[in-house]
Design a protein around this ligand. Structure first.
Ligand code: NDP
Ligand code: HSE
Length: 445
């Protein structure tokens, strides 16, 4: 093996205990960085764990591809099944549902602790993995699955275990935050900003999982399950991506004191929990409004702790590997010292409510006929549906709209989503309403 380019600054005392065998499933963006950190930080990791961590194999599809100086070629294998059966700790960073799920279940059945960054798998089938880990008495860790390097799974699962979380608001997808930020700061349209995100390596060639909100929805399901001690499945999460957000929406947001963010919102109500992902107007003085570029942040509101915000890099090989390695150290320490990490906590079994039950504020933008009485007609429709108006702005028509058009911007008080949806249908039927230009939810106010 080629000598690593980076070496630790000092040599901590090497523990005398037999090495713990670590298997790495996947050696792509994240896996290659996990392998590098396992090598260059070997001495420190051994000291922190109480035993050396020995990488015993790296499962990949293409065993012939070069994996750089930190992966001994002799460790590469296409036999992932065989590999997981001879490890104490299995790190899964291959992604996708299968074979990742079967490999993790096999690792657990063989008594290995498992660490995964796979949000898609956890959101789709987390309970199966939890149950298997519980009955085998092994650890299942997944800090990297939500918001990359940001410690958020451990704080919610452990640090806030004595508190009562009311709401979690998260910018948990860096690509869409980058895109919206470029639209805001540079006046770009969505396509231009997505192309720039692709050229910088944030967005995939097919950006749909990010743009459509699927990636954020998986993370929202995981966060909500942890925060409310209730199983929240991916299918429980209402999702709307940023595909319909226009440069004009972004401009109007700024004019009315907001910025647009794709938010994962998980909240407790008297009736249960409600989880959704959608573009949101966030007041400019809210801490989430200042989260720029591809950064992530999670804002938590808890009864006793109050408001907390966790901020940092939500993706990228090295930041994500940091979270993976933290989990590896925790799981490995348990191997050495005994004990186990937290198991699934779903005792609360709160009802998971549909999107129609959400209660939030909204901003509607309408093109209307500019004549006396139109505002009163619109206001009457809102009041009939028990949607209370907080503020109204009127501006001259946007260029391109027919003569005699006025632009109305209505911000509501907190209303039930189903009432707002019915309001929008009724408003759009008024003769005086030429077009409902946009409806955006307001969060964090
Ligand atoms: P990559 O596509 O870069 O790497 C995937 C690796 O897994 C590759 O080495 C690939 O092998 C290997 N692999 C895939 N399928 C198989 C298979 N069937 N058998 C054997 N090996 C396989 O993915 P990432 O590193 O970006 O992501 C890994 C995981 O981490 C995903 O779950 C992702 O959601 C999560 N994650 C990623 C983040 C990021 O910033 N990239 C951030 C947070 C989480 P080969 O190289 O031979 O093709
Ligand atoms: N594609 C994700 C993002 C990173 O843009 O945040 C992995 O979850």
């Amino acid at each position: 093996m080629t000598a690593p380019q980076e070496t630790p600054a000092h040599e901590p005392t090497s523990p005398g205990r037999a090495p713990l065998r670590v298997a790495l499933l996947g050696c792509g963006v994240v896996g290659s960085e996990v392998a590098r950190l396992l090598t260059v930080q070997a001495a420190d990791l051994a000291a922190r764990v109480g035993a050396p961590l020995e990488l015993v194999g790296v499962a990949v599809r293409d065993v012939a591809a070069d994996r750089g100086p930190f992966v001994d070629r002799s460790l590469l294998t296409a036999d992932a099944e065989g590999l997981v059966a001879r490890a104490d700790v299995v790190i899964e960073v291959m992604g996708g549902i299968e074979p990742a799920r079967s490999l993790l279940l096999r690792a657990i059945a063989h008594g290995a602790a498992v660490v995964t960054a796979n949000k898609a798998l956890l959101a789709q089938d987390g309970p199966t993995l939890y149950a298997a880990a519980d009955s085998a008495g092994v650890d299942l860790y997944f800090e990297a699955a939500v918001a990359g390097a940001i410690p958020i799974v451990r704080p919610i699962r452990e640090s806030l275990a004595g508190d009562r979380v009311q709401r979690v608001l998260g910018i948990v997808n860096g690509t869409t935050n980058f895109v919206l930020d470029r639209m805001t700061s540079e006046g770009m349209d969505l396509d231009q900003a997505v192309k720039e995100a692709q050229s910088l390596g944030y967005a995939e060639a097919d950006p749909s999982a990010d743009v459509d909100g699927d990636d954020a929805a998986a993370k929202a399901a995981i966060l909500a399950s942890l925060a409310f001690h209730t199983r929240v499945a991916l299918s429980d999460v209402y999702r709307e991506g940023i595909g319909a957000v226009t440069a004009t929406d972004v401009e109007w947001a700024a004019r009315s004191g907001y910025t647009i963010k794709l938010l994962a919102v998980a909240e407790r109500t008297d009736a249960g929990v409600q989880v959704r992902v959608h573009p949101s107007l966030v007041p400019l003085d809210h801490p989430l409004a200042g989260v720029r570029g591809a950064f992530n942040a999670v804002f938590v509101e808890a009864d006793a702790a109050g408001e907390l915000m966790f901020y940092g890099r939500g993706a990228g090989g090295t930041p994500t590997a940091s979270a993976v390695l933290g989990d590896v150290v925790s799981a490995a320490r348990h191997r050495v010292l005994g004990g186990r990490g937290p198991v699934e906590s779903s005792y609360a079994k709160l009802p998971v409510l549909p999107a129609s039950a959400a209660r939030t504020r909204y901003q509607l933008r309408l093109d209307v006929v500019d004549r006396p009485g139109v505002l009163a007609q619109v206001a009457t429709v809102l009041s009939t549906h028990e949607v209370s108006i907080e503020a109204v702005q009127q501006s001259p028509a946007v260029p391109g709209t027919p003569d005699g058009t006025a632009h109305l911007v209505i911000t509501t008080h907190r209303s039930v989503e189903s009432a707002l949806a019915a309001t929008v249908v009724a408003v759009s039927k008024l003769d005086a309403v030429r077009r409902v230009v946009s409806v955006l939810r307001v969060e964090g106010a």
